[in-house]
Ligand binder design. Structure first.
Ligand code: UD2
Ligand code: MN
Length: 633
């Protein structure tokens, strides 16, 4: 009896030990990642290795779309892509063929590469918001951020899921993220209901714990060196809200293309965002900027280019006092024909070089891609959480940043690609015009009397319910923000105000026919001939024209230009201050004369088919015009 019991016990013992062992192995297996990263330095080592491995492999990669090249589809694939285009608003098939961690070309200006940044930069939480984003662009965004951000500065990547219901964005995404980034650098946070992109970004910002928040759309690719210039600038100035230069990822081919020329943001009075060239006053400001030039260490430069022979800037040590003083004017060397060395001014071309790397101030941002100190973001009121789904928040945060003590800048050395899609691949609950209503909120809170110019374009919105804005109004008061007029005068002085600083404005009527100049609903971003239509008595923004102090007959961005040949139509073209675009109005005789050619604006006969022309002046009724409002004529 006893021996048997012992034997049995021994067996139990064996089974027990086996079970325990399995449990321990299981535990270790399940918690492998946690144990592996029990210390921060291990995590950092792991991340450093991943980062450097990626950098090392990037140049030798090959395959579809590598180096940011275009993917061209044929036959069946092309048909399939075309059939899905409407749903996704971009070429999903091309995107799916490209590796999720593809390489791109470094499109930065060469001068960016020679900038060295401080080592102790703040850390970044990158927040990628998405609602029903397609799998490949979403994950390509995350990979590009992890692979191109030095790990010591990347605190976390938050994939903020705004209540998506595509099946693959549930368990499959969680699994992919856990397996791909075992160090948990990428986190998923999900909203409890569809929040719209504004509240989704707020939720992301609240979940983030890094020093700097960087928001990205869910179809982006961060390029080489994108992070450091943003962090360095915020370290320098915590009130700076920064946008990377946004590169174009082609919606048809997924080709990653540089922007070519730098732009800044503006806006239409209809409160849509616009891109514009850097204005002259900003170009000047940047050239005369007194920031020191950050010089690349000599060794690094030689490693880059073994044929360069380099000199440091020679500072002066006073021979008597031994005082060390910085050489403030940078010079280059020349020589005289007597073959003596001479110092000379940096030639103009090279002086301009800082144009390529200096921050560019911008009145507004496009909205999707920007960085701000986390503390400062909340200090100046984060976002208006009364805004729904899409639209308007970009101008709201732009106006507010400037008016409440911050500044908005584009950082040329930080480059991020974005797929500009042709439409929205998601629903707008209740089919609401959220851009319109959100814009009403922003106009009411931030634009003072200038909100009238928005309602010019959106008379349909007058009287609509835009919700409660009292909190935003008290925020504006609490922060002691400046007026919208201050913003226009100081930040966007070149913005045309159709009913101020003009000789006359409003409907331009030919009394004999009761026809008015009219854009005939054409898009002002294109060039088209100005038409005539029955006067709408102020009901239509299509009939608002101004005679500017600059003698232009114009709309917001377009000017009426005339070539001078008798009887031809008059196109609305981008204003360029040329003599083609100068007109004079004589209130008494009613003529509007093209200054350069001396021809008169003419209603023309029925044959001209509803378009206005210019003809030799003849004093007839067809050449008489009145403006709705006169300011100084
Ligand atoms: C531009 C901005 C965008 C936003 C918008 C104005 C860029 C490159 N993009 O439009 O960020 O500022 O102007 O509002 O500047 N999303 C949600 N929940 C929603 C709807 C959208 O999370 O209910 C996400 C969406 O998945 C995407 C982001 O918000 O990641 C922006 O949406 P978009 O890409 O359709 O906007 P876009 O680029 O046309
Ligand atoms: Mn987008």
């Amino acid at each position: 009896m006893l021996p048997r019991l012992c034997r049995r016990n021994r067996l139990d013992w064996k089974i027990l030990s086996a079970v325990a062992l399995i449990c321990i192995i299981g535990y270790l297996f399940i918690n492998y990642d946690k144990l592996k990263f029990s210390g921060n330095s291990e995590k950092l080592n792991f991340r450093q290795k991943r980062f450097f491995d990626y950098q090392a492999s990037e140049a030798s990669r090959s395959g579809h779309g590598e180096k940011g090249t275009a993917v061209l589809l044929q036959d069946e694939e092309k048909k399939l892509a075309d059939s899905l285009f409407e749903k996704e608003a971009f070429n999903i098939i091309a995107s799916d063929k490209i590796a999720l961690d593809r390489s791109v070309v470094d499109v930065r200006d060469l001068r960016c590469k020679s900038i060295t940044y401080p080592k102790d930069l703040p850390t970044a939480s990158v927040i990628v918001i998405f609602h029903n984003e397609a799998w490949s662009p979403l994950l390509r965004t995350a990979h590009s951020v992890v692979n191109r951000s030095p790990p010591q500065y990347l605190h976390e990547v938050i994939l903020l899921d705004d209540f998506s219901d595509r099946p693959e964005l549930g368990e499959k995404l969680r699994k992919y993220v856990a397996e791909t980034w075992p160090d948990q650098i990428v986190k998923i946070v999900r909203t409890k209901e569809r929040s719209g992109l504004i509240r989704a970004r707020l939720a992301g910002a609240k979940a983030a714990t890094g020093d700097v928040l960087i928001f990205l759309d869910s179809h982006c690719e961060a390029n080489t060196g994108w992070l450091e210039p943003l962090l360095a600038r915020i370290k320098e100035d915590r009130t700076a809200v920064l946008c990377p230069e946004i590169d174009l990822i082609d919606k048809n081919t997924l080709q990653y293309g540089g922007t070519g020329s730098y732009s800044v943001g503006g806006f239409w009075w209809s409160l849509h965002f616009s891109w514009r060239p850097i204005p002259e006053h900003e170009q000047k400001r940047r050239k005369s900027s007194v920031d020191p030039i950050r010089l690349e260490p000599l060794l690094a430069r030689i490693a880059d280019d073994r044929t360069s022979v380099l000199c440091p800037i020679v500072d002066a040590i006073d021979a008597n006092t031994l005082e060390y003083s910085r050489n403030s004017g940078y010079n280059v060397g020349g020589f005289s024909w007597s073959l003596h060395f001479t110092w000379r001014d940096v030639p103009d071309e090279d002086k301009k070089s800082r144009k390529y790397t200096d921050p560019v101030r911008s009145p507004t941002m496009a909205g999707g891609l920007f960085a701000a100190s986390r503390e400062f973001f909340f200090e100046i009121g984060a976002y208006d959480d009364g805004m729904d789904v899409w639209g308007g928040e970009n101008l709201e945060i732009s106006f507010r940043t400037w008016m409440c003590g911050g500044k908005l800048e584009f950082i040329p050395c930080s480059r991020v690609g974005h797929i500009f899609r042709s439409s929205h691949p998601y629903t707008f609950p209740g089919n609401k015009d959220t851009h319109g209503i959100n814009s009403m909120r922003l106009a009411e809170v931030w634009m003072d009397e200038y909100k009238r110019l928005f309602y010019f374009h959106r008379r349909d919105l007058l009287g609509q319910d835009y919700g409660d804005i009292s909190e935003r109004k008290s925020l504006r008061q609490k922060l002691n923000c400046k007026s919208f007029k201050w913003f226009l005068d100081n930040v966007y002085p070149e913005k045309f105000i159709p009913d101020e600083n003009v000789h006359a404005w409003g409907m331009v009527r030919n009394p004999a026919s009761n026809l008015c100049l009219d854009t005939l609903q054409k898009d002002e971003k294109t060039i088209f001939d100005i038409g005539l239509f029955s006067c709408q008595n102020g009901a239509s923004a299509n009939e608002v024209f101004s005679l500017s102090l600059n003698d232009e007959l114009r709309r917001e961005e377009g000017c009426m230009g005339f070539s001078g040949s008798d009887g031809t139509r008059i196109p609305l073209e981008p204003c360029n201050n040329s003599s083609r675009q100068k007109w004079k109005h004589d209130k008494d005789s009613g003529t509007i004369t093209h200054t350069a050619s001396g021809m008169c604006l003419d209603k023309a006969d029925e044959m001209s088919n509803g378009f206005v022309v210019a003809k030799k002046c003849n004093g007839k009724d067809s050449q008489k015009w009145t403006f709705e409002h006169y300011l100084d004529l």
